[in-house]
Design a protein around this ligand. Sequence first.
Ligand SMILES: [Zn+2]
Length: 275
Amino acid sequence: MLVESIVRFTLGIKDHRVVSVKFSHNQLRIELNAKKRRKLPCSICGKRLRPKDRLKERVWKHVSLWGIPVFLCYRPRRVVCPEHGIRVEAIPWSMGKKPISFPLITVLAFWTRMLPWDQVARLFDVSWNTVRAAVKAAVEYGRKREDYKAVRFIGIDEISRKKGHTYHTNVYDLEKKRLIWSGAHRGKDSLRRFFEWWGKERTAAIEGVCCDMWQNYIDVIHEYCGDAVIVFDKFHIVRHLIEAIDEVRKMEAKALAEAGSGALKGTKDIWLKNP
Ligand SMILES: [Zn+2]
């Protein structure tokens, strides 16, 4: 049957088979089972072992088919690993205890790169929290496989969201031009969280840091990687210069106004022109 083939193809299963596809209450329920006499992998080490027993049924939301919600139903097997004891098998379409299939995680995370999360939720008929969980899971998955060895130069920047009401601190690998970390808020604790996650060994390999001329960042960089060269990017230096010029202009204008002169009135743009 075609639907079974599509399920097998989207899940990439070899040790499991589709037992039935039922359409009821406007949903497709796909029941899966482990193939008979098949050894299944331990979820920790992947060693293939004969299953011992099975747990109660778990249900995963899968990618919808022609707009019809699809659910996968399966009773996970447990294996007795000589190294890890009794463990649940590594289920190929599952990520931990998440109630959504791995292909759905991938699809949701992919669309969040192009659409706001609430629209992705509506488009795929899931909750906003499910979209958030999918993005988190996809990031975890990618991070595990990402090679962060030999990152020598990092850039730190803050971005504002919700019209400047909330901030995020982003850390980039400047050589490979990729984002390596993003954390809520800006400030010492946010940047400390990055360095704690990055670890001592990788931090020791950092040779240079490019960031905003901001004392909070500078303090934390000194705290964690005192040997790295700190470079301030031109954009931020220019911004600080402009702010300083404007400060002086305001002071002077105020002093002149108090002395009864309006000489600096209406000259703001002249002073703040590209220096
Ligand atoms: Zn094991």
